[in-house]
Design a binder for this molecule. Sequence first.
Ligand SMILES: Cc1ncc(COP(=O)(O)O)c(C=O)c1O
Length: 473
Amino acid sequence: MSDDSADPRASGPDPGPDPPRRGSATDPLGLDVERFRELAHGLVDRVADHWCQIDGLPVVQQADEASLAALSGPVPREPGALDELIETLAVHALPNMQRAAHPRYFARVPSPASLSGVLGDWLGVGFNAIAASWAGGSGPSQLELVVIGWLAELIGLPPETEGVLVSGGSLGNVTALAAARAAGYDGRVFVSDQTHSSVLRGLRLLGYDREQVVCVPTGPDHRWEVGAVRRAVAETDRGRSIVIGTAGFTNTGGIDPLETLGELCAELDLWFHVDVAYGAPAALSPSGGASLAGIERADSLTLDPHKWLFQPYDLGCVLVRRPGALEACYSMNPEYLRDVSASAEHEVDLRNRGLELSRRARAIKLWLTLAGHGSRQIGAAIERSIRLAETVERRLAADPAWEVVTPAQLGVITFADRRLGDAEHAARARRITESGYAAVSCTELGGRTVYRLCLINPLTTLDDVEATIRRLG
Ligand SMILES: Cc1ncc(COP(=O)(O)O)c(C=O)c1O
């Protein structure tokens, strides 16, 4: 036994009250589980009410000063009343944002999240589910492997495809590109003027300099012409360089010629990465599937279920057709993780397929949505949006006041008001967004500022779109 009087800790600060007794049905901070149950039921009601009311809420809402002030204040030193604090969040924080699941949210890329996705996410958070290692989370890890397999099959990639879930497209692209480089494709990278900015940022972070990133110009429809890519590729790129195609340009919804690009990459041994962040789920629908033909040639691709696969933020996915390529880039096996390292063939430590070690079990929500609705029902919802955008294109084309700038592609259409100068487009888009009626963004194409609608929410009706266009006119 040590002598207490010689232990400096014996005269140290009072350690405070005893912790809650185990089995006393409290959380580590002493919140009673029955109180939690009551508060949680209240949250469910709030969220369900929100869904019932969303149609009548502003599509985007900016906070007033009083709301923001209610969220700040000195560091809370003493306990507060959770029910009142939840009310503060519900009144002052959550209303003040874009509602990306609103049927008239047409800006950038909406996130028409499903309730099954919400349920799955709640479940995962409630159980604090982790998918870092097999030994520390074989259930969640298996779910992730299963949804990766389902996604690969739905998109048409071969069974050996591997993958990992990440937070979104930005992380997905950089995760795949680092793996490509680690696999020996450490030469140049070919991009286009439609390549998403997150890819370019990712390349900068990976240390690529300006000379290594080659922007191959696109044709008049903003797609690559394969001949132009072929001419840009040098003999020294063979077996070393990466070509980044896009299926679902953020600007226009257009798609690079995947089939011929894939052939070119196979012929010259180039790594073919395809950014399909928003467009990939179109593969589940009859017409979208046809337009994505050739996607199966990708060596790696990025897709975002939090866009068109009806998942709440955040959820992105990387798929890689070359087995082992992710692990070759990301594996780590330090002494303090060895007890949770995979030991059998079918076991996968997902921490070794990307940059995250502690990582939440993002697969739960997607598993529940895919299993709960089935790919046919989801594909039909996607098809509806593709068709809606085509109908909108026809209506605009039939009205001499409007010019269709790029046709409906994967739910995106761009157009201009012939009666207005370009500068006025941005002002009107801002005005309608500020009014709360609809969120509309503009983009730039060929030096022009044009309206752009992204119609990927199956709850959007033709009336919603026509009323929005009338208000823009
Ligand atoms: C084609 C494309 N790639 C990447 C991204 C980035 O995705 P995230 O916002 O999930 O990081 C987007 C976002 O809209 C996109 O449209």
